[in-house]
Design a binder for this molecule. Structure first.
Ligand code: G4P
Length: 528
């Protein structure tokens, strides 16, 4: 019974946005509502500022912040809300993709002036693959921005979403008067004097009521009525089932900085957002209310303290209750492990917890047992699916620069790859190692960490690779596949899971290869 009750009150989600759209600001306002923090400015942005690429103190500092803000939990209206932080910097996009395997829903922040930006497109693509329900928050309404309908159009067209506004702005920028909440049927007015605070929220069920003129002026009342008519005409009615199936995305407008429209967003969110969802494993679908505990590792964080080299593995609990000091099965190693000090995260603090429930994240101290995607159970052998790798964007050979330290280098590379810092490919032909990353920054991070954490030195050598493609032949015994392997032997490699990968050196080669070998499918994602 306790389990069912705890599942029902949990909401685990991530906020996604292009950098600067207002993710940190919104997170902070949500925490303020939950009473998890007392003042603005308490949540540090984990943005890596431009120009900081070779400032390793900065990288270390950011890593510290990102542990502190990895999970921000708070209570609101009897609900336990877990916000999973997603790095905004595009060089850490892979981290964000993995975090999205652990969320049950997403709030997407869009800047009213900038509209849909590149990073958002990619993140929504990942959400689509996983059918993650999305609520859209259009931010910075206190500034001059784009027309609301234009923005909604852009979101539909660029992101292929089907939107329905649940609130609508009255004016914008200098003329911003407030918001009509379609969901709650009320008006929330922006304070005209200070333009900072919510003046009041007025229940307003009938938009035709002439009082509207008195409140917001006749011109804006007329515009609002027309716009709402259009909203009701053009956009589908909100339907929770469609939202939960990721077929419909509700939209809210507001200003995170002014804490305007945020309560409306949060109140709707706790009502409609999904409780912890079932998850597919390689053997079956696992439901949160099953008695036996299971969970998976979606993030590994190395300890910042050089005296304690242990790592923190972040586990999302999928089913049952996780208890401290109870032996659980590490399914990949088929080995039981016990955890004496699992951490739970509350706003910016971490504390040792005795019991956690589905939807929760626990941080387990790890001395190198875990890698991303590992499954823990009470005894059942199964592996959760769905932590794919995407083709990296940058590739370099990695060489050992200190022959006396080759063991340390091996271990370092191995552990950093388990953490998901980058991907490793080993050429079939000669065993040379290639590191693939999403951003150029990771090469420096790896070099720095190998030296400081493992005492190993490496150098890089350029290599011309356009994309890594996971190879999926229709018939592995066919002449076509044998020919492919022979002709492309110089470009064949294995990833860390020993999957076969074709490293295409250009878009042209890729296209030619696809045409020549139609029965050898090439995927840009490791899971297909
Ligand atoms: P991010 O985490 O998505 O990268 O964005 P973040 O919250 O850090 O916000 C980016 C900038 O946008 C910040 O300004 C922030 O104050 C501002 N901002 C967020 N929400 C609103 C809003 O509703 N209205 C307006 N006008 N601005 C907003 P900054 O100058 O870059 O940083 P700071 O010096 O204010 O911290």
């Amino acid at each position: 019974m306790a389990l069912e009750k705890e599942i029902k009150r949990r909401r685990t989600f991530g906020i996604i946005a292009h950098p600067d759209a207002g993710k940190t600001t919104l997170t902070e306002k949500l925490l303020l509502f939950g009473g998890a923090i007392q003042e603005a400015g308490a949540v540090k942005s984990n943005k890596i500022k431009k120009g900081a690429t070779s400032d390793f103190m900065e990288i270390e500092r950011q890593r510290g912040i990102s542990v502190a803000t990895s999970v921000l939990a708070f209570e609101y209206e009897g609900k336990k809300i877990n916000i999973l932080d997603t790095p905004g910097h595009k060089d850490f996009a892979e981290d964000t993709y993995r975090t999205l395997t652990a969320v049950d829903s997403v709030i997407m922040v869009v800047d009213v002036a900038k509209g849909v930006e590149e990073q958002t497109e990619k993140l929504v693509e990942v959400c689509r693959m996983r059918k993650i329900p999305i609520i859209v928050f259009i931010n910075k309404l206190d500034r001059e921005g784009r027309d609301a309908f234009d923005l909604l159009d852009e979101i539909e067209q660029k992101l292929h979403l089907r939107v329905t506004p649940l609130s609508f702005p009255i004016g914008m920028g200098y003329d911003f008067k407030g918001i009509y909440n379609i969901w709650e049927k009320n008006l929330t007015l922006f304070n005209g004097n200070t333009r900072k605070k919510v003046a009041e929220t007025i229940e307003f069920k009938d938009i035709e009521n002439p009082e509207l003129e008195e409140i917001i002026g006749s011109k804006q009342a007329e515009t609002l009525r027309e716009e709402l008519e259009l909203v009701y005409e053009v956009y589908p009615d909100f339907n929770q089932e469609e939202y939960l199936n990721a077929e419909l995305q509700p939209v809210f407008f507001g200003s995170a900085l002014n804490n305007f429209g945020v309560r409306e967003l949060l109140d709707c969110f706790i009502e409609i957002a999904p409780t912890p969802r079932p998850k597919e494993s390689d053997t079956r679908l696992v439901y949160p209310n099953e008695k036996e505990f299971s969970g998976f590792v979606f993030k590994i964080h190395a300890n910042m303290d050089p005296k304690h080299r242990d790592r923190l593995a972040f586990i999302k609990i999928v089913s049952g209750t996780f208890e401290r000091n109870t032996p659980y099965l590490h399914a990949r190693h088929n080995k039981k492990l016990k955890f004496s000090s699992p951490n739970a995260f509350f706003a910016e603090k971490k504390e040792i917890v005795d019991v956690s429930y589905p939807g929760d994240i626990v941080g387990l101290h790890d001395t190198g047992n875990f890698k991303i995607g590992d499954t823990l159970t009470e005894g059942e052998i199964m592996h959760y699916k769905g932590i794919p790798s995407f083709s990296p964007e940058h590739f370099k050979f990695i060489n050992n620069a200190d022959p006396m330290k080759s063991k340390q280098l091996e271990k370092g590379i191995d552990q950093l790859m388990d953490e998901g810092v980058a991907q490793l490919f080993v050429l079939e032909l000669n065993g040379r190692k290639i590191i693939g990353t999403v951003g150029a920054l990771q090469f420096e991070v790896i070099q720095y960490r190998l030296e400081h954490e493992y005492g190993a030195k490496c150098t890089y050598e350029n290599i011309n690779i356009h994309k890594a493609c996971w190879v999926d032949p229709k018939d592995p015994k066919s002449e076509e596949f044998k020919d492919f392997l022979r002709v492309k032997s110089k470009f064949m490699a294995r990833d860390k899971q020993n999957q076969l990968v074709f490293l295409a050196d250009s878009q042209f080669t890729l296209q030619m290869t696809q045409t020549k070998y139609p029965n050898v499918k090439l995927h840009f994602v490791s899971e297909f």
